[in-house]
Design a protein around this ligand. Structure first.
Ligand code: ATP
Ligand code: MG
Length: 332
């Protein structure tokens, strides 16, 4: 089977409904078709200088939520990036192959420096897309399912793989850009014109997978809706209601036109109550399983150790190949 690689940063105390519907649900489904590797990219998270204790906890929480959502550690490789040092080692080779101007043109970096000033940013953030390229290439991944916002970084990954292969001979698999039309793009409940985001959303705008069901229901009941009363899918005119319809449909499988029909003449209140029920029913088992896993961190760590061993078996071979190609002496 083709090889697939994907990861998320441990940058929040819990993943949210957007991460679940936009990424995790797909990851779980793709395990059947691909030899999949799923990574908690903790080295990437260091670019925002997290508190050490928070980073430790978030790394475990993220891994527990992958598992709770249905990532099967027997079928797929699940591990923490820093446990496979080959990622950072390959990143150095790729740094030496990346142009300064090329890295400067990455929009994620440009956006952050434009918003907060270049002096507030570190070299890690600048080199972030290169580490991401190393993550992918060190696993010989053919496919990388990501959202549209990652397209530019994936193009860089392909460019670096091709450049390396042209200069040093066939070494890396050049991965496909596989932009997943996200199952659903979930927006902020309080600011439905913007996406639900770990870093940008307010606490009430975001449904965390670890929120208790009462809190989840309350956040949905207090979601910002739109003027008027008609339940209709119209993201431009009715972003709030449309977001609730999207969430319902993605979790329940009922089509949006069918929801519009059923809620015709009923008003927003009814819709919110039902969306809250649907979300709580879908997320409760995920939450409970994640809490169980987190209650036994030693067991969770054991699982991650096994994942890291598997990841390193593959990564060490690719890294040795690359080291040799560039002229590094064989390690003693
Ligand atoms: P940050 O604010 O730190 O960028 P984030 O909430 O955007 O965090 P990421 O870690 O960047 O989350 O993304 C993890 C995965 O979740 C990616 O595959 C991304 O496409 C997906 N994702 C993130 N937010 C949403 C959303 N609101 N709707 C659908 N998918 C999302
Ligand atoms: Mg993001």
């Amino acid at each position: 089977p083709a090889r697939l690689f994907s990861g998320m940063q441990p940058t929040a105390d819990s993943l949210h409904l957007g991460n679940y519907l936009g990424a995790l649900v797909n990851w779980v489904a793709m395990q059947d078709e691909y030899e999949a590797t799923y990574c908690v990219v903790d080295l990437h998270a260091l670019t925002v200088s997290p508190d050490p204790e928070a980073l430790r906890q978030r790394t475990r929480v993220t891994a527990a939520q992958y598992l709770a959502a249905g990532i099967d550690p027997e079928r797929s490789t699940l591990f923490v990036q820093s446990h496979a040092p080959e990622h950072a080692q390959l990143a150095w080779l790729l740094n030496c192959l990346t142009g300064f101007g090329e890295a400067s043109r990455m929009t994620q970096f440009k956006d952050k420096t434009a918003r907060f000033g270049a002096d507030q940013q570190n070299v890690g953030l600048f080199a972030y897309p290169v580490l991401q390229a190393a993550d992918i290439l060190v696993h010989d991944a053919d496919r990388v399912p990501v959202g549209e916002d990652q397209r530019q970084h994936l193009e860089l990954t392909r460019d670096l793989a091709q450049r390396f292969n042209a200069r040093y001979g066939e070494t890396f698999v050049v991965p496909d850009v596989h932009i997943v039309a996200a199952t659903a793009k979930v927006n902020d409940l309080q600011n439905p014109g913007a996406k639900m985001s770990k870093s940008a959303s307010s606490p009430n705008g975001i449904i965390e997978l670890l929120d208790d069901p009462k809190k989840t229901a309350k956040k949905i009941r207090s979601a910002v809706t739109d003027t008027g009363t008609e339940v209709r899918f119209d993201p431009a005119e009715k972003p709030g209601v449309s977001n609730l319809l999207t969430i319902h449909s993605a979790l329940s499988g009922e089509s949006i036109p069918s929801l519009e029909d059923r809620f015709a003449g009923k008003g927003y209140g009814h819709l919110k109550v039902e969306v809250a029920d649907v979300v709580v029913a879908a997320l409760s088992p995920v939450r409970e399983r994640a809490l169980e896993l987190l209650a036994d961190p030693a067991e969770l760590d054991k699982l991650l150790t096994r994942g890291a061993e598997r990841a390193r078996e593959r990564a060490s071979v690719v890294l040795a190949r690359a080291f040799d190609r560039v002229g590094l002496l064989p390690a003693p």
